[in-house]
Design a protein. Sequence first.
Length: 325
Amino acid sequence: MIELEEIRISDNEIHLKNNLVKSAILPQNSKELNRNLKIQGQVIVEGAVYGNSIDIGEGEVTFESAVFANSELHIENDIKGEVFFKKAVASTDTIAAFLSSGRAIFGSDVNSKVVKLKNCFISGSIFAQEVNLENCIVLGGVFATKQLNMTSCITGTFHCPSVEIAGINYILYPACFSVEPMSALPKSELYNLSLAHLGALFKGEKEDANTGKIKIDIEYDRQYTSLVGEEDSRTVINSYSVSGKILATDMIDLDKLENHFLIKAGALGSQILKVYSLTKEDGTKSDELTIQNIADFFFKILSGEISVQELSGEISYAELKRNLM
């Protein structure tokens, strides 16, 4: 890998391949605002990055600081390996990473007018007008001002005017929201994981009783919620919540589920100075809570390699009395 202490720009495009860039890639004058950046793999950039367009053609690329594309950030769909953005990524127009083989990890928020992602892991949230996700994990929320299309994804939550889902999808937090009633393609399913024993699954252990995923019926589990703003302005949204189904929540030690450890470790990512692990029942340690390991874990849930049990709706009166008295 060739180390570059400083980037000297002499034309309208910067090409990087097999480079370690110690400096930022930022324009020095108005003429350089239209310069593009093209990356062909085996690249580490330690400083902040700006490009009119940023195109990534191969994997094994790491950006240590924030990245901004004035027009488009694009990752070619046939890349091999991993593209890792450790800080926030933004674009004025489009962020597109519809990957068929490799993987992109966004270690913070993603912000653009249009976001199109496939096989991507996002530690933070997505802010956009239109969002199209397929086989993605978003630990935060998806906040679109127009439309969200989601196919076989895990998200913390979402709040969008219009939402369409396909495949099997999961929500990490108790509720999600849409202005218009959510629509779903045939055979689509939506599950809530807020009471699933993710810590045990990450450690490869058996899930506790009275824990598991909760299926959301998007037709009958919809609740109308009225939000009151300034000058008594009102907005009516549809809330898809599991609050009406979790009588058993008082019987569960939520801290013991250790879900918060997984989500927080994945969300903080490279900001954590020390790498942590979970403790198994036999006293040994689980795999380290790195972004890569947490991403692998959630992708295994999406693929079905790790199966989450359904929360049982059957609780004996004796058990309920014992826990609530």
